[in-house]
Ligand binder design. Structure first.
Ligand code: HEC
Length: 603
């Protein structure tokens, strides 16, 4: 406990001393004072902000209530305003009773119950066999809440836990990483990262210890000792200021393949921002020491000035094509598959909104298949009045947000499945450089629509839930009447097996029926979390609901933090050894806030 307190004090003090007070005050006057000098029913006045820690204020800007106000601000500006406003003390440490009595962690690599990283298997199918999950069609109805863990001061939870032989490792919006006992939720150790951590954590053996690898939303990649939480190495794999790491690393043979995306689309809301120069990439990092084996950019050409905007400012490009999700491993062909997002500048790159195959050894692009050509977009396009930073293509902003799935059909044919924000699911032929075998529409698609965090497959059917959320300007949040839906497609030919409409929101405040979170599959049952706060289990036969838990409620948490459930977005449930773990709370786009990790059990 002392250990954690010291760490937090160090983080807060370092932040305060590195930041420029003149810049901090100027940022406050320019970007915060209009509201916070006034105060008001909902707006905390400046002296209330002065009582918070800089870390807490920074969290609000990075991933909390002020996220959209902070979009145009770079890192230095955020840190400066947080240090200027806040008081440099530590956040409160958890009470002693939140810690496990026995805090020894011993990890056995041949243990049966391991879900390591984004998907239990490196094909990213998100399929949990009964010998791992211990959960079946017949006992799913028995799931009951066993414990809840609260993330102090957070309004969003979006990190998927990794469960390794009875120990659970999870990040948070506040950047706290915890090792917990999976059966009770007691704390074994905690580590404070620099930025919000939404990636799942990947684990690999190093010598006779284990290394955890994860990334944060400010561009840092970390490796901690799994047994103790001690930092092994920490590095920036990408120098770009707006780097945002959301996809979990995939580890194979001592190498962590780390995907990189960015915030640059939203930085462009600042009209003085030199748009745009970020390029999506994969970095192959040696787990043992953090050294780099190779780095491969999705757009091979470095950005330079390519034109002049209508307001006379320079335009940079090519840019964009971030990788938001975990790479997919194909050991047979020695390839790594990645999916990419849109371009930020004109002309759009031909590797944006695409599926790419990279050579595992060199990172060289072996083939790429683009599904949406000419998609260049920044947040300047969606502003009330389109700004000069919006490239001429003006969208449609159809990123791939989720991993490709490598699947073998019942007939033994291999296919790559990919779901896009456009609302279309694709099946590609890995033997023919990604030639499209079939495509099927499962939703309307849109900027925050279509398939977002990922599908799941058992080889027979592929299950695709859609967000299709829409922002209702009248509510300044999500439209409670738009979004959601779950569809089962036959893997072999893409034909529709069944479709299930979303459950209506009713009069729940800040509700959205969007099913944007990733799916998880066990034999006979597919789990689809919703932004309405429910986690539902659907029968894979015809889509009827077998089990439903409404996570929007207050929780008494095992670590003494006031716990609230909310919208579920990002990861899908993790199912290991008769237990199911899911995050609840998602304040982005005006969704229902919350700060809990929930653990269910069939006993
Ligand atoms: C347009 C008005 C507006 C502006 C501009 C604004 N805020 Fe806020 N701020 C609010 C409102 C409203 C809330 C309360 C939000 C809520 O509770 O949902 C808030 C809450 C906060 C909180 C408390 C969040 C929490 O979780 O308790 C912090 C910290 C904060 N703002 C910091 C800032 C900083 C720093 C800036 C400038 C970079 C800023 N705000 C700019 C309106 C604004």
């Amino acid at each position: 406990m002392l250990f954690r307190t010291t760490l937090l004090i160090c983080a807060a003090a370092a932040l305060a001393s590195a930041a420029d007070p003149v810049l901090g005050e100027a940022q406050y006057k320019q970007r915060c004072a209009t509201c916070h000098d006034r105060g008001g029913e909902r707006i905390p006045p400046q002296d209330a902000l002065n009582g918070m820690t800089p870390a807490r204020i920074l969290r609000t800007l990075d991933m909390g209530a002020m996220i959209s106000i902070a979009y145009p601000m770079n890192r230095t500006e955020r840190e400066a305003v947080a240090a200027y406003l806040g008081k440099a003390t530590a956040d409160a440490a958890p009470p002693p009773e939140a810690f496990c009595k026995d805090r020894t962690i011993k990890l056995n690599d041949s243990a049966k119950f391991i879900w390591n990283g984004w998907s239990p298997t490196s094909d990213n199918a998100r399929y949990v066999p009964p010998e791992l999950g211990g959960l079946t069609l017949s006992n799913v109805g028995k799931l009951k809440l066993k414990w809840a863990f609260g993330f102090d001061g957070d309004v969003t939870t979006f990190a998927q836990p990794t469960v390794f032989d009875g120990h659970l490792f999870v990040g948070s919006a506040g950047g706290a990483i915890h090792a917990l006992r999976a059966d009770s939720g007691c704390i074994e150790w905690a580590y404070q990262a620099t930025g919000p951590v939404r990636t799942a954590i990947a684990i690999a053996p190093v010598g006779n210890q284990h290394a955890l690898v994860f990334s944060d939303l400010t561009g840092w990649v970390y490796s901690l000792e799994a047994e103790t939480g001690k930092l092994r190495w920490k590095k920036k794999i990408e120098q770009h200021e707006a780097t945002r790491l959301t996809g979990a690393a995939l580890i194979h043979d001592g190498i962590a393949y780390v995907p990189a995306a960015s915030w640059e689309e939203t930085r462009a809301l600042n009209l003085d921002y030199p748009c745009c120069t970020f390029r999506g990439s994969i970095t192959a990092v040696r787990v043992k020491d953090g050294s780099i084996a190779w780095k491969s950019y999705v757009i091979p050409t470095p950005s330079k000035q390519v034109g002049t905007r209508s307001d006379g400012k320079p335009i940079y490009g090519p840019s964009g094509a971030g990788i938001w999700s975990t790479p997919t491993l194909d050991l047979k062909r020695r390839l790594l598959y990645v999916t990419t997002g849109d371009s930020y500048s004109s002309p759009a790159a031909d590797t944006s909104d695409a599926i790419l195959a990279l050579d595992l050894k060199t990172g060289h692009i072996v083939w790429s298949k683009q599904t949406t050509p000419r998609d260049a977009f920044t947040s300047g396009c969606s502003a009330a009045t389109r700004t000069a930073s919006c490239p001429e293509e003006n969208g449609p902003d159809y990123d791939f947000g989720s991993s490709a799935i490598l699947v073998k059909t019942a007939q033994g044919r291999e296919l790559l499945l990919a779901g896009q924000k456009s609302g279309v699911v694709y099946a590609l032929d890995p033997e023919k450089k990604g030639e499209i075998v079939w495509q099927q529409r499962v939703g309307k698609g849109g900027m925050i629509g279509g398939v977002q965090w990922g599908m799941a497959t058992d080889g027979q059917n592929v299950y695709a839930a859609v967000s299709d959320a829409a922002v209702a300007t009248s509510l300044n949040g999500l439209d409670p009447k738009q979004g959601g839906g779950l569809t089962a497609l036959r893997v072999g030919d893409g034909s529709r097996v069944w479709h299930k409409d979303p459950a209506p929101c009713g009069d729940r405040p800040n509700c959205s029926p969007a099913q944007s979170a990733a799916l998880t599959l066990i034999p006979g049952v597919v789990f689809s979390p919703s932004m309405d706060g429910h986690l539902r289990a659907y029968s894979t036969e015809e889509g009827n609901i077998l089990w439903d838990f409404d996570t929007v409620r207050d929780y008494k948490t095992v670590n003494g933090v006031t716990g609230k459930g909310g919208a579920i977005d990002g990861p899908g449930p993790v199912i290991v050894n008769g237990m199911l773990f899911v995050n609840s709370g998602y304040s982005r786009f005006g969704g229902i806030r919350g700060n809990v990790l929930l653990a269910f059990s069939i006993e």
